[in-house]
Write a protein that binds this ligand. Structure first.
Ligand code: KIV
Length: 288
């Protein structure tokens, strides 16, 4: 079967058929190639790159230029996945026209298929403006890491009936404003289930239980490539930090013990050229 590019239409069809949607973050060319080869539906170039790739304390310092740089690399690596660029803090909150222009750069300059914004009803009109400009928008509610200071830390959202009601209203406001998908981060599974049932658009959970229409994980959490902390909701499928450490230490030891480079890594002149050069060397010896 020939593989087709994933689109918003095919993602919505998956929800209608009750088929899980797969999403993962990627930030560079090789990881995008691998994720795409595996057949993951959506690649999110998340602003989590600020923490897991650039080493910032949080996602707050990430800039538009950093996001676009990584989105372009992912675009070059992925052919089929639906590509989502994460709008960084203050690229859409301050001014609606500026938000539309910034969102447009993700499509125009970085080849993304959609953008993602954090927030509920307070950004609904911004979502509408971006969507009206022809740019697909993914919402993101629950724990919104760009507002981590306001939320008082990385904690589960929507635990009380009142907070759950507000989340449902936010989800509906975003859908009404034109959002095409919605990320639910760190919310109780019952809340995620009700929102997923109520909405027409697919929900993608991260720490939101099994009832969402799809799941997303941060690549570096999944691969064991971020050692500052692992969120409880993240499942680790590999320990690449340990594997990379082992490989790099083996290289260091090979160099120190003169085991590397070996013959197969070494280029040699052919015999005749070598002799000719040696003759030239000996005839000029002592003349300088
Ligand atoms: O930035 C990111 O990677 C995200 C996911 C955690 C959903 O927003």
């Amino acid at each position: 079967m020939t593989r087709k590019k994933v689109t918003i239409i095919s993602l919505h069809e998956k929800k209608r058929r009750g088929e899980p949607i797969t999403m993962i973050t990627a930030y560079d060319y090789p990881s995008a190639q691998i994720v795409d080869r595996v057949g993951i539906d959506c690649i999110l170039v998340g602003d989590s790159l600020g923490m897991v790739v650039l080493g910032y304390e949080s996602t707050v310092p990430v800039t538009m230029e950093e996001m676009l740089h990584h989105c372009r690399a992912v675009r070059r690596g992925a052919q089929y996945a639906f590509l989502i660029g994460d709008m960084p803090f203050l690229s859409y909150q301050a001014d609606r026209a500026e938000a539309v222009r910034h969102a447009g750069r993700f499509l125009k300059e970085a080849g993304m298929d959609a953008v993602k914004l954090e927030g509920g009803r307070e950004i609904a009109e911004t979502v509408r403006a971006i969507s009206d400009a022809g740019i697909p928008v993914i919402g993101h509610i629950g724990l919104t890491p760009q507002s981590v200071s306001k939320l008082g830390g990385y904690r589960v959202q929507g635990r009380t009936a009142e907070d759950a009601r507000r989340l449902m209203e936010d989800a509906e406001a975003l859908q009404a404003a034109g959002a095409v998908m919605l990320v639910l981060e760190m919310v109780p599974d019952q809340v995620a289930e009700q929102i997923s049932r109520r909405l027409r658009i697919p929900t993608i959970g991260i720490g939101a239980g099994p009832h969402c229409d799809g799941q997303v994980l941060v690549l570096h959490d999944l691969l064991g490539m971020f050692d500052r902390f692992t969120p409880r909701f993240a499942k680790r499928y590999a320990n690449l930090f340990a594997e990379m450490e082992r490989a790099i230490a083996a290289y260091r030891d090979d160099v120190l013990q003169r085991r590397f480079p070996a013959t197969e890594h070494t280029f040699t002149m052919d015999e005749a050229a070598w002799r000719e050069w040696m003759q030239q060397m000996s005839s000029t010896e002592g003349s300088s």
